[in-house]
Each structure stands twice: as structure tokens, then as C-alpha cells.
Write a new protein. Sequence first.
Lengths: 295, 502, 321, 321
Amino acid sequence: NRGTVNSQKTIAVIPKGISHFFWQSVKAGAEAAGKDLNVKIDWKGPAQETDISGQVNIVEDAINRRVDGIVLAPSHGDSLVPMVLRAQREGIPVTIFDSGIATDQYLSYVSTDNREGGAVAARRMGEKLGGKGKVAIIGAKKGSVSTDEREIGFEATIKEKFPNIQIVQWLYGEANATKSLSVAEDILTSHPELNGIFASNESSTVGAVRAILQRNLPNKVLLVGFDATPDLVKNVKDGAIDSLVIQNPFKMGYEGVKTIVDKLNGKQPQKRIDTGVSLLTKENVETPEIQKLIK
Amino acid sequence: MMDSLNTALEMRDISKSFSGNTVLDGVTLTAHAGEVLALVGENGAGKSTLMKILSGVHQPDSGEILIDGQKLNFSRPGDALSAGIAMIYQELSLAPHLTVAENIFLGREPLRVAPLGMINDNDLYQRSQSLLEDYGFRINAKTRLGRLSAADRQLVEITRAIVEAKRLIVMDEPTSSLTSHEVEELFRLIKDLKKRGLAIIYISHRLEELDDIADRMTILRDGKVVYSGKWGEISTDELIRHMAGRELKEIFPPRKASIGGVKLKVENLCRSPKFEKISFEVRAGEVVGLAGLAGAGRTELVEAIFGAQPLESGRVVLNGVEVDHFETNQSVKRGLSLLTEDRKRTGLCLNLPLAANITLANVRALVSGGVLRKRKETAAANELINKLGIRPPSPSKPVGRLSGGNQQKSLLGRWLFAKSDIFLLDEPTRGVDVAARSEIYRKINELAESGAAVLIVSSDLPELLGMADRILVMRRGHLVAELNAGQTTQEEILKYAAVEES
Amino acid sequence: MPDWIKRFLPFISLILLCALIPLCEYFVLGQDPKFLTLGNLAAIARQTAVITIMAMGMTMVMVAGGIDLSVGSIVGLAGVVGALSMTHGSSVFTGILIFIAVGAACGLINGAAISSLRIPPFIVTLGAMGIYRGLGLYISDGNAIVGLPQGFGYFTEKSFFGFIPLPLLIVLAIALIVHFALGSTRLGRYCYAMGSNIEAARYAGILVSRYQITYYTILGALSGLAGAIESARTVTGQPNAGEGYELNVIAAVVIGGGSLSGGQGTVVGTIIGSLIMGVLANGGNLLQISPFIQKIVIGAVIVLAVTFDEFQRRTFESKEA
Amino acid sequence: MPDWIKRFLPFISLILLCALIPLCEYFVLGQDPKFLTLGNLAAIARQTAVITIMAMGMTMVMVAGGIDLSVGSIVGLAGVVGALSMTHGSSVFTGILIFIAVGAACGLINGAAISSLRIPPFIVTLGAMGIYRGLGLYISDGNAIVGLPQGFGYFTEKSFFGFIPLPLLIVLAIALIVHFALGSTRLGRYCYAMGSNIEAARYAGILVSRYQITYYTILGALSGLAGAIESARTVTGQPNAGEGYELNVIAAVVIGGGSLSGGQGTVVGTIIGSLIMGVLANGGNLLQISPFIQKIVIGAVIVLAVTFDEFQRRTFESKEA
Ligand SMILES: Nc1ncnc2c1ncn2[C@@H]1O[C@H](COP(=O)(O)OP(=O)(O)OP(=O)(O)O)[C@@H](O)[C@H]1O
Ligand SMILES: Nc1ncnc2c1ncn2[C@@H]1O[C@H](COP(=O)(O)OP(=O)(O)OP(=O)(O)O)[C@@H](O)[C@H]1O
Ligand SMILES: [Mg+2]
Ligand SMILES: [Mg+2]
């Protein structure tokens, strides 16, 4: 009796949060897929990325609404497991995107390799600094799996590949641009000799670049950030930011929806789809490949 | 009959000071079973403090309490209660959200399943209702206390204390919101309690009512006992001299004011059921009294005239100009002032300095060039402090540290500074001692002599008879009589004021 | 009969809401209404359980004239400590007791500080809010505690008779106990008395501080239990769990007719208050209303509920004044 | 001279803190102390400017016996609307005026609701907190507003004489004005009177509602200005900006000696309160203390500050009662 009123299939796409450019691109991708594949997209996420039980509720509501499939970016690797299992039991296919989950009872996992993202940033940092110097990490929020992965990937690669680079401070900006700015200022105060900063998400990159601009240090402190907004891209062009690790959120949204549609049409999608990371620099920012990613 | 010299309570050598201020200094007091001990003294003499020590609210710095010859130590009110000592506090101490019955038995609820603390509500209501009926109070035990009038609340408080009292009952100004009618009921109860052998300590500033019930008295002045003895051994004048430490000329000084034109005129004021169709006028130089029983609607009426409470219909004319916008700031601007009944709730800003309280209704006068001139404020406050004899005369001291009488005077000062010429004074001497009262009367007379119009609302009939030129009587929201103060009597006023029994 | 309306106002709003949502589902979204399905009602019960349980305790504290801003942080701290105990080998049952014990300890500290320092509960618990949250984060180093026994998850997933979720039964049991305590025992009577006039309670010989401590401890214990349910729902101990819950809990009490100045509040009212907020959120999700709009609606509902309430109180007080 | 100590207690704590941090830097971390460098002091000024400006307004509101929980949401809403106005072509100057105007409008609504509905400010502003936040998120669809004119960033980065940041000058100017208003105008006198006893103020002929609205509007306008600074600092309009600031702002007032029950509080105290919290956070970062421990410390400082304060007040009130 499902879909008696409306025969179009409905797919719930549930991000971790809804207030970042990143998620907006995911949404655009999901909606593009919805259009191409003729399914209805329910875009719904908690207002805050830290609101884990809010997301659990949203998934539960989607299951109760008997959607035809769920595309989920779990805000915690363990917390969403019961809901994913329940959806599986009730015959609703679930595709995981962006961040991992501690079960394999899903249809497909579509994401950036976040650890690799951190490693890309570390390699860039190491090369530009000539393999030596002092760097700091401005993290997003402890406990958020995707950003934790990036920070760990960065740290591990620096330690392994560039033993002469010292990570002197590692603070968190609480996924808040102003807090990140304050933290960045304090890092620059306690380490005036600092050579580089790695910022692991959009808000921490915004905070870091403002602190660097404010102290007029664009040429002294090398900033490698994560994710792109028009302003941040402009900062790259201006030279305030050295480079940004960018993901392909549009592709995540698109591929996520597509896996579900495939499944509904009887095809078995790939279990793991890597949407890839790229490095946006002053040199390549105008290339069509990069421009496509930051649209 | 009990032996009337059976000592029920002895407080020996009690001293108490609050952060360095000595409030009680070696007070010794004895109360006998079956007798009423009147405890009198000026405002701030330490009466309430002494009684709060007895009831376990405060702990004495030194001294001891003996009940039936046995030394006891009260570290909290519960201890005193279990020793059979109950108290009616000066400030009402009931919970407005609870019912009458719940209040009467608060802290000693009858239980059904004791280990669970489960309350037996049937028993609670039945017992409360029959107590209220026994005492002749017409109050439904199931009514929420907040819905009762001030007088009824006082009666509940009395009931509560009487139920608890086993040996001794302290009454701290129990009649301050009662009118003669209820006072009589209370006195009947007190006589009953005496017969049952309880000791009673009774505090009041209404010296005339003490004649009816007091057996002995203790006079406190500045925290020391200045006199103890049988009631009636000394004359009232002498008593007042002991209390005040000085001679008091007359309580009601004479006034020589010439009555002028109409300053305040109200027509057909209505807000049913509180008051209806009230019309009267007050002239320059005139003091008009407004009498009535508790709940007659007098307070509601003057507050409505002042604009602090809504008015359904009617006109208020101040100095010939009709006020159409009923907000207090409009009234104040036009020279109307209201000395409210409850100085703690609607009068003073207790933690602000005396000077700020005096100038509050006319801060505008202190502002020049947009700046509030502090020096001007201190000067103005000092002038009024001297004029009214406010003690201690320190304008920067928070007004809450003053004793009751002085607080009342500073409120009067506020309206003098506001340059008002029409005064509505609601219970201007409630809780004020005799000496301070006569100073306030003197001030009222000066106002009238300088051409102001004064309306005094009071439950104290001798006060109205002594002060007013005319007396208006209200009954259940209606103006029922206008009497010439020189030719009427308490009995006549009461006849008009009393609610006819239906 | 304004008193009658007043008492039933929150209830009526709830019923209206429950009627409105399926209608919108059908006519606006053009879908079969899912709102009144057993599955969804069970989901609402599970989703509101945490807030409702805490709100039961908060009702006591607020009726007694207090407030506790630290309950959300207690959920987080209890969640971390309880989860750690399980990863260190304690059984699910012992683990749940540890959640509750941690909560009760926090509540006890709040109550003791409030009654001994004699400073406003708002401040004490504002400070405690930071302290408990910091502690939870510190103990867990900001990481979620993972690897909890699978059986712990069943704790909230379990249903009786196929559709009554265990959290609902817990809520009902607690509601009955608190309702009984507030209405028919000394503990409850003194709650109203203290909230109505604390001096009067003291003068009546009630050992005010002991009762104050008791109320806060009960609230703490219930917050610990809520932390257990929250943890079980996410099968992790999240140090950030419960962030901002204090405001939802207070709002539930207030919508249900409780007063910030004490002396007023009932268990039934609070449950309805909590349900109104839960149904608004659930309905918002079903109707695909943006969470931003939901925020606005819930804010407006809080103000409106209290406006009605206060309006009633004023007409009541004008009778009394 | 307890009164003397009381007045200077927050100040003394601040000085001690400022001495302690460099000492720890030197002896514990073994670094050259950076805390007292001009650059770091300027950073503290910038970091605390937003909270301090809001706390100036909150001092007024709290002295007058009110409270406003919605200030953080106002920062967000004003940030979004102001930023949008700039991306739609308004100049930086007009844009800043729009920030302030949006804030003032929110404050006006709060004040008008509180004085006309006569419901407790805690509730009105708890509701408003959700409403304004939801509005900001809704308008921006949850996205940061980007593409603001570069000149807007200079608004906070600009320094005078090379080291006095513009936000510091703004804070000082506002502090002077509010200090003057509270101490030497009718507006301020009525503030204390209303906070001390609002009924008494009304009976003294003060048009209480008008002043209430004024205080909330001033606080709203200052929150809007704070939103402008916050936005300028990151050169974006973040819809989530200011989340949780209400508690920091209230804590600043309270640490500085303001009282939740009104009638008390000073501008100087509030500034010190805000600085204490700012210095704790900055020092914590310099000393590389875990942010979790920082949370605990700040919570403890709030409780301790008020305990001292209340202790002083009690010795005073026992004299008065
Ligand atoms: N019918 C009533 N119901 C509730 N409260 C009442 C009623 N009548 C009087 N009161 C209370 O008594 C107080 C006095 O009010 P009112 O103006 O009606 O009488 P009054 O003549 O001034 O009496 P009082 O001598 O007690 O001041 C009011 O503040 C009110 O709280
Ligand atoms: N809790 C307290 N703390 C400090 N001072 C107090 C306290 N209680 C009373 N006092 C002071 O003690 C003195 C005596 O007060 P008390 O209330 O005993 O006077 P009283 O004789 O009852 O006066 P009244 O006739 O006005 O009721 C006053 O100066 C008062 O300011
Ligand atoms: Mg007294
Ligand atoms: Mg009266």
C-alpha cells in the first residue's frame, strides 16, 4: 500500500548538520540525482552537527515514514548503528556517506577518505616547509569522526614523512568560526616562530585565516585548510591561504542517492565508493577540474 | 484553676547582636501560665528579635531559656514547636499556594502510612474545619490561602498557632491587619487560652487594646528591659515615658488650618465588586478620614485614585483638572501622592540608600543638563531627614537598615520632596510606635496648615477621630456615611462600617 | 469556568496538535498519515522519554522554588562514567545503577551547595553546568566511549506486547511515583510549601535544607537515568550528550503550568508539556518542516503557554489581591 | 573593612590571575612569558569585546531585575541580516547600522513582551532565544553569509597607535556611556529602583514599562553591535554565531557583583567579570591547559565569585532585616 497517493519513490538524505557549505553541496548533488533518476529527495538533518540523538530521532522518523531508502552521514560511528540495523530489518536500504559507521550492514559507503585528506595536507605542508619547522593543528571538535580522521592522518603523515617538523600545539575550535579565531590567535601568541597551521574543517579554516590576516602573517605562516567557500577560495588566490583540501560533496550526494536507486531497481551497487580528495592551490584554482568541485 | 504564679517561661540574660549591632542586651523576661504578658517598646526595641530567639529562628549570643524550669536549647523553629511554643510572626508566614487546612497543619500533617510519609487528607480537612468553626472564624478549610483577605489570613495564622501551642503562645502584632470586629474574636480566644493554662506573650503598639487582656507587662527600650510589672501599675503616660525614654506631649497635636478650595474630587468611581459609585471631595487644609472594616475596599479605592490599579469608570479631578490617563506617573506629576499600606512591598527600595528613596518620586528635580546632581540630592535628603527627625540621619545608609517607624517617615519624606499637595495616606502609622506616630501626626498637621489636602485611610479609629475633620465610612465597596469627626464616636462609625449579617 | 480551561489548556493544545499533524500529512503532503501509527507513537515515546524523565525531577525542584541548569551536563557526565564502567566489565544492570548513582551524586552536590552556600540555584547550577560538562569531557578526553555491550542497546529498543517501548514504561513508572509523592506525601507537600513561602516552611519547623537536598538529589538521579537511556539509544557514552537539554526540560515544566517562582506545577502538566514539544518535533519531521522553523515554533509555544498561564494566574491573583 | 574587600575582590582576582599566568608560562612551560605582550593583550581585548559589550547592556537589564537569554541568538540573527544587507550592496557603515537596528528591534520586542504580557523575562527570552535563532537560520538557510566587503574586516582589525584595537575603543566608549547612565541619570537611577523593588518604583510614579522596554532595547542594540564585531572578526555572517553567549554574558555580570534578583551591579564590576573569563580562556590556551579543564575552572569561578558576594550581602542584610 506504500505510495498509493504518490507513486514516486522517496529517499531520505540525512546529513550531520545543515549549516555548512559542505552540506549544501551534498544537497545539490542529491537533488540533481533525484531529478536525473526521478525520485523524491527528503533532505533533513539536525540543526547542529553535535546533536547526535537529534539525528537518531530523524532516522527513526524516516523509518516510521517508510521511506524507500536512506542516505545517511552518521554523526557518530557507533550511535547510529541501532537505527541502521533497524532500517535493514525493516527492508529499507541505507547508504552511508561522509563518515564511517561501526557496522557493515549497509548498502554502500560513499565518502572521502578523510585520513587520506589529512595526509594530502601533511604532504603539502611538508613540501612547502622544506621538511622542517613548527606547525599547529586547529581541530574541529573532538569526537567528530571525519575531522578526527583528518587530524590523525595529518599527524601520522608528518611524523612518518617529515620527522623534522614539530607539531607544537593542537587545539579545537568547537566547529565555531569565532572560537577558532580566538584559538588561532592564542596559538600565534604562544608560538611566534610558527611556520604552518593545518585547519581541519571549514570553520577552523575561517578562524585561522582571519588570525593570520589580522597579524599580517600571510607570508610567514603557511595555512593548509579543509573545504572551500567562495571567501576561502579568494583567500587562496590572495595568498593568505596556501591551499585547501577539498572533497567532492556534490558527488557524495549524487552517488549516495544513485546507490539506493540502483538497489531499488535490482542492481547491487559497489560497497565502497571513494569520492576522492583534491588539493586546491593558487596554481590550479582556475582549472576546470577544480572549478567543477567548488561550484 | 491554674495557679496564676506558675512560671511557664523564663528567658534569662538574653543578648544578641547582628554583625556588631547589639539588639538585645541582657534581657530577662518571665511569663506565667494562664497570663498574658504584654511586651511593649518602640520600633526597633528588639521585641520581635527576642521572640524569634524564643521560637528558634535566631540563636542568642548568650543567655538561657527555661521552660517549666527546664533549660532548653532551640536551634531551629521545629525545636520550639516540639517544646509546645508557638508563634504568630509579625510578617505573615503562610504559604499562599496551599489551602487553609494545609497551612494550619503544615509541618505536622496527620499521616496514614507513616513510613511513606503519606498524608491523611480527610483527617486534615475535617480537623481544620472543626477548629475554624470552634474559634468562630468563617473560613472554608479547602480555600487556597492566597484567595483570602489579609484579615482572614491573619485569622488562619492565629488558628495555626493556637493549634500548635501547648505551653506558650507568642503573638507579635496579631491585630495589625484586623479591625475591631475580629479583634474581639481574638480576645475571646485569648481568654480561652488563659483558662486552659497557656502562657501568652502579646506584642502590640495599640496600647489601648492591651487594657482588655494584659495581666503583666515588660517594656523594652534599646534592647534592655526598662520596666517589668503588673499591667495597670503605671499610667499610660508613664508607660510611654519608659518606652520612649522621654516625655511625650500629646499624641494628637492641635491643628489650625483654614479650609480652602477643592483639591481632590472623585465622582462615581467604580470597579465592582471592590468599590462602586464613590464620590467625595477633599479641600485644601482639610484632613479627611476613611474608615471601614478590613476588606471594605479602602486600599483598592485609594490605589485606583492614584492610578496604581485600574478603574472601571468615574472621574478623578486634581486641582480642577481631570486626570484621564491612569498611570502613576501622571498622578505624581499633578501633585498627587499615595503613601502605601505596605511599605515593604509597595513603598521602599530596601537596599537603596535613604537619600535615593526620599528623592525617588522626583528625581527630575535633581537633574540639570541631563546629569543627576548627587550633591543636590544629598542636600535635599538631609533637609528632609532633619525636618522629619529620621534616625539615624545618614542619607547613604540603605533604608532597609532603619527601624519600621523611621522607614515610614522616609516614605513620607518622599512625597514631601515630590512637592505634592494632595496626600492619600493608607494606614500611615501601621506598626509604628507611639512616639513616632505623634511625629507623623504633627507632620500631617503641618501639611494641612500649608494648604494641602489629606485623606487618611486607617483601621485605627482613635487615630481617625483624633486627626480628621470629616470621616467617610466605607462598607463593602460603598460609601455609607460621612461624619463630622468632632461629633461622632467609635460606636457610630462601627455601626456604619459593620457588614450587616445576612 | 476559566479554572477549568486553564487546567486543560495544555492538554487541549496537545490533542489539537495530534489532530492537526495527520490532517496536514494527508492534505498538504498528500501522503497516508503516518503520525498516528503505533510505530510512530512508540517513537515519540522513546524520543521524549529522556526529557520527560528529567522533567519529572525538575517539576519537584521547580515547585520547591529552585531550578537546575546542570541537568544536561549531568546526562553527559553520567553517560561517560556509566559507559566507562561497562567497558571496564560491569554488567548492564550494574552499569545502569552507576549512571543513576553518578547523577544522584551530582544532584546531591548541587542541593548541598545551594542550601549551605545559600546562593541562588540559578548560579550554583550555572557553575555546575560547566563543571560537570568539563569533567565528562576530561574523563573521556572528549571522545565518545564506545564498545558498550550490545544488550545495553536493547534497554531502550525493547518493546512489550510488541509496541510498548521500555522507555515508555520507565517514564510511566516514574511519573506515577512522582505524582504520588507530590500529591500525597509530606515530601511533596513541603515541596509546594517551600516554593510558596520558604520562610513559612522554615517557621513551621520543616528542615528546609534537608528537603532541598532531597529534591535536587532526586532530579540528579533521574538525570542519571535519562543519561542511561540517552546512552543506550546511541550505544555510546557521549561526553556532549544532553547539551542544551536543561532548557527543554525547564520549558516542559513551564508549558505544563509550572512556575519559575515556585509553588506551582504538576506531573501531568509537565508530561503534557514534554509531549507537546516532542510531538512538535516529531510532527515537524514528518511534515518535513525545516528544523529552523521548528525552533521558531517551539519558542513561540513556550511564550504563549506561559502567557496563558500567567493570564490565568493574574485573574486568580486579582481575586486574591 | 569587608566592604572594601568586597568591592575589590573581583579586581584583585583579575590582578592575581594576570600575575599567575606569566609565572606559570615561565616556570611551568619554561617559555618566555607571552601573556603580557602588547599583542596578546590586544588579542584579549578583541576576544572579550563581544561578551563585554553585551554584558554592559546585560548589567542594565539585570540591575533592573530582568534577564535576557536571547542575546546570543540576537548576535546570530543580527549577523545574518547585517551580512546579507552588505552582500546586497549596502556600505559597511550602513551595514553596521543595520546590525544594530536588528538587535534593537529584537530587544524592543523582548522588552515590550515582558512589560505587556507581564510574564517573567526568563521565559519570554527563553522563547525569544529559539525564535531569533530559528529566524537567523531560516533566513540564511543555515549557511554562513560570505562575500562581505573586505573593509568590514578592518572594522575589528584596525588598531590605533599600532596596538589599541578598535573593538577595545568601542568597549571603552560604551562602558563610559553605560557607567555614566547608570550612575548619573534618571535612566540609571530608575534601573536600580526597579531592580530593588519594582512595585515601589511604580508606586513612586515611574512609568516602569517604558523604562523596561528601554533597557531591553539598549541591550538588544548592543547585542546587534556585538554581532557586527563578531561578523567582522570572521568576515562572514554565521547563523550559529553567539550560541551559548548568554551564559557567558550573565556570568560576567554575576562575577562582577551583579545580582540575579536585581538592584545590584556596576559597569566596572562587569568589565572585570568579563575580563576574568577572557583571561582564563586566553591563559588556558597559552598554558596549553585542556579546554575541558578550562570549563571546570570557569564553572568553579562563577560559583566562588557569587559565594563571596552573597556572603558579603548576607552580613549586610542581617544588619538590615
Ligand atoms: N474579598 C476579598 N478577596 C480577597 N482579598 C481581599 C478581599 N478583600 C480584601 N482583600 C485583601 O485585603 C486588602 C485590603 O483591601 P481592601 O482595599 O479591599 O480593604 P481595606 O478596607 O483597605 O482593608 P485593610 O484594612 O485590610 O487594608 C487587599 O490588599 C486584599 O489583599
Ligand atoms: N536579622 C536581623 N539582622 C540584622 N539586624 C536585625 C535583624 N533582625 C532585627 N534586626 C535589628 O534589630 C533591631 C530590633 O528589631 P526588632 O524587629 O526586634 O524590633 P521590634 O521591637 O520588633 O520593632 P517593631 O515594633 O518595629 O516590630 C532593629 O534595629 C533591627 O534593625
Ligand atoms: Mg517587631
Ligand atoms: Mg487597606
